[in-house]
Design a protein around this ligand. Structure first.
Ligand SMILES: Cc1cc2nc3c(=O)[nH]c(=O)nc-3n(C[C@H](O)[C@H](O)[C@H](O)COP(=O)(O)OP(=O)(O)OC[C@H]3O[C@@H](n4cnc5c(N)ncnc54)[C@H](O)[C@@H]3O)c2cc1C
Ligand code: FES
Ligand code: FES
Length: 483
């Protein structure tokens, strides 16, 4: 097994040999690693939980067509082995020197010209988000610019000049000095990625496994049933960064390509569990509107670029945003071990507060969503204190079918109303055979409030949650009448 991690930084392959660097743990974050160098200190720690964007970096990786894809990430949530085989770009790499003169990258130059640069703490992260935008969009709309900046918090003045800088800078089809250097970088990455031997980093307190194939991942899962599975680690990393927990055994499946496949076959959409939520957003755009709507307000771009659908279901959080939508879509989950595989409704997989039906030798490999026809109305809603980068206070996903106004099928799935995502089964039963009318929805809202005993917490009072749950049902009614 390989004992080191390799990536490209400053146009060179960097090999991190943990045995020679006892100051580094396998769970050292990319943020802390970078800050240990004098010339990569532009990256900052603000919150260490993915909320402020001061630690934003860009990671470039090759896709199936051997092209480089540039993604912004929050380096405070990324463990060092997760960037193995990728190019790491920091704010220090953006400007170049020509004839002894420093030439700023177009996004930096425009930040200067529009007075977008304010405090030195957040600006490097903001510039990296603009760089990610520059590489991915030409003449982006204000919505796209705002989405790219959702994960960057500025408390001092405002975003107007920053949005202006983005608008003016992103006009060159992403062309810059990185474009000229891509062939060299691709060759370096290929050299690293040609070695598919599992990485094992071990010290006296920790073991970190990083396999490159599903069969190897399943073998390691069986041999190490207590190892904590991570994919995007946006949920798990916080146990270390915020709770100071020592993560003693980790199975990192983020480089297993078989888990990143999307296909549409036999009236089903098959989403690999390792697809990022940003990839899910693209695949569901125009095909599964309820999922697309929920994902468009999920975290920030930095989070969606690495968090996975398998991780969202695997965390079984009562406020996991994809889970109610998957209930309403009638989605199934596929689980595999070395010797078996099984498929079950997502609904049956979630067993309790952050508890699932997974066995100690299994991995979630796929989420299967059946296609549905236009006789079904399926919609999703998220209510949170802020529209973006906030977790749900209450979420809802509803499915309805009626024939000549009479309800024949209904699913009312709620997040944030109980310790688990929960269907309002009594209300659903009451609806069957009744007319889909305002009067009946008003009656159902009363039944609905009796079905849940939500918590009062920092996000809201229980009473507010109950009221919102009923109001979402009414909103669904109104929207179905407008179609
Ligand atoms: C700033 C921030 C914003 C967020 N915003 C939202 C939000 O808007 N909505 C929301 O729902 N969540 C949000 N989250 C939570 C988190 O990002 C999501 O739950 C995400 O989908 C987790 O995916 P991951 O790949 O990062 O999971 P990981 O952290 O890698 O894993 C999460 C859990 O799933 C398990 N797991 C992962 N993959 C598999 C697999 N293939 N098989 C078996 N088990 C697996 C892990 O063992 C772990 O228990 C946010 C988190 C942060 C830090
Ligand atoms: S330090 Fe705030 S998002 Fe990473
Ligand atoms: S740029 Fe740092 S608070 Fe506004």
């Amino acid at each position: 097994m390989n004992k080191s991690v390799k990536f490209v930084l400053d146009d060179k392959i960097v090999k991190v040999d943990f045995a020679k660097h006892p100051e580094l743990k396998p769970t050292t974050t990319v943020l802390n690693y970078l800050r240990s160098f004098p010339d990569h200190k532009g990256v900052k720690e603000g919150c260490a939980e993915g909320d402020c964007g001061a630690c934003t970096i860009v990671v470039a990786e090759t896709d199936v067509d051997d092209k480089l894809n540039y993604k912004t990430l929050d380096s405070c949530l990324v463990f060092l082995p997760m960037i193995h085989g990728k190019q790491l770009i920091t704010v220090e790499n953006l400007a170049i020197e020509e004839n002894k003169e420093k030439i700023l990258h177009p996004v930096q130059q425009l930040m200067v010209e529009t007075n977008g640069s304010q405090c030195g703490y957040c600006t490097p992260g903001i510039v990296m988000s603009l760089f990610g935008l520059y590489k991915n969009h030409n003449n982006p709309s204000v919505e796209i610019i705002e989405d790219a900046l959702t994960g960057n918090l500025c408390r001092c003045t405002g975003y107007k000049p920053i949005v202006e800088a983005a608008r003016k800078a992103c006009t060159n089809n992403g062309f810059d000095h990185f474009s000229k250097n891509e062939n060299k970088i691709i060759a370096l990455l290929k050299k690293i990625n040609s070695d598919k031997e599992t990485i094992l980093i071990k010290n006296k307190n920790q073991k970190y496994f990083k396999p490159f194939s599903l069969s190897e991942a399943l073998r390691l899962r069986k041999e190490n049933p207590n190892a904590l599975i991570i994919n995007g680690s946006t949920d798990v990393a916080l146990r270390q960064t915020k709770k100071n927990e020592l993560l003693s055994e980790i199975l990192d499946i983020s480089s297993v390509e078989e888990l990143k496949i999307f296909k549409k076959e036999n009236n089903n959409f098959y989403f690999g569990a390792g697809l990022t939520l940003e990839q899910m957003l693209k695949y569901s755009d125009g095909t599964i509107p309820a999922l697309e709507k929920m994902l468009s307000v999920f975290g920030s771009l930095q989070i969606r670029n690495i968090a996975t659908i398998g991780g969202n279901v695997g965390s079984a959080s009562p406020i996991g945003d994809c889970i109610p939508v998957l209930f309403a879509l009638g989605a199934k989950i596929k689980l595999r071990s070395e010797t078996s595989e099984r498929t079950m409704p997502v609904e049956d997989f979630i067993k309790g507060y952050r508890q699932t039906d997974i066995k100690s030798d299994e991995l979630i490999t796929e989420i299967i969503i059946p296609e549905y026809d236009s006789s079904h109305y399926i919609k999703s809603y998220k209510v949170s204190k802020r529209k973006n980068l906030d977790i749900s206070t209450v979420s809802g996903a509803f499915r309805l079918k009626f024939d000549e106004e009479i309800i024949s099928e209904i699913i009312l799935a709620y997040g944030g109303m109980a310790a688990v995502t929960k269907r309002a089964v009594n209300t659903e039963k009451w609806f069957i055979g009744k007319k889909w009318s305002r009067e009946n929805v008003e009656m159902a809202m009363k039944i609905l409030t009796e079905e849940f005993t939500p918590l009062s917490d920092a996000r809201s009072e229980a009473e507010f949650r109950r009221t919102v749950a009923g109001n979402l049902l009414m909103k669904f009614f109104v929207e179905t009448k407008q179609i």
